[in-house]
Design a protein. Structure first.
Length: 105
């Protein structure tokens, strides 16, 4: 089943101005994520994922429980995250760009 069918608050549905599908099959979905200075995405969901940062900067993540984290990301950094929901805002002055591999199953 497609991730978007499983979760109506899927990142691509909620914030298509930030998330673009580059590839998808039954094992993974690859997103090109571009968050310009001042860009925001409302609360949305991602499955377990790995991110390769191609353009660094500063993001503010707000989790469903209200917890807030400000994160500095560096070019060529790799991050991973478990399934979660969050809102995001670019609070820096650079465009943050990542290649995000979402894992299915």
């Amino acid at each position: 089943m497609n991730i978007q069918d499983e979760h109506s608050n899927d990142a691509v549905n909620i914030a298509p101005h930030i998330h673009e599908i580059a590839f998808e099959d039954d094992k993974m979905r690859v997103l090109k994520v571009t968050v310009k200075p001042g860009d925001k995405a409302e609360m949305h969901w991602h499955p377990r994922n790995i991110n390769y940062i191609t353009g660094g900067g500063r993001l503010k993540f707000t989790k469903h429980d209200g917890t807030v984290a400000e994160v500095d990301l560096a070019k060529d950094q790799v991050t991973s995250a478990n399934e979660s929901s969050h809102a995001v805002e670019n609070i820096g002055d650079t465009t943050v760009e990542t290649v995000q591999v979402e894992l299915k199953g």
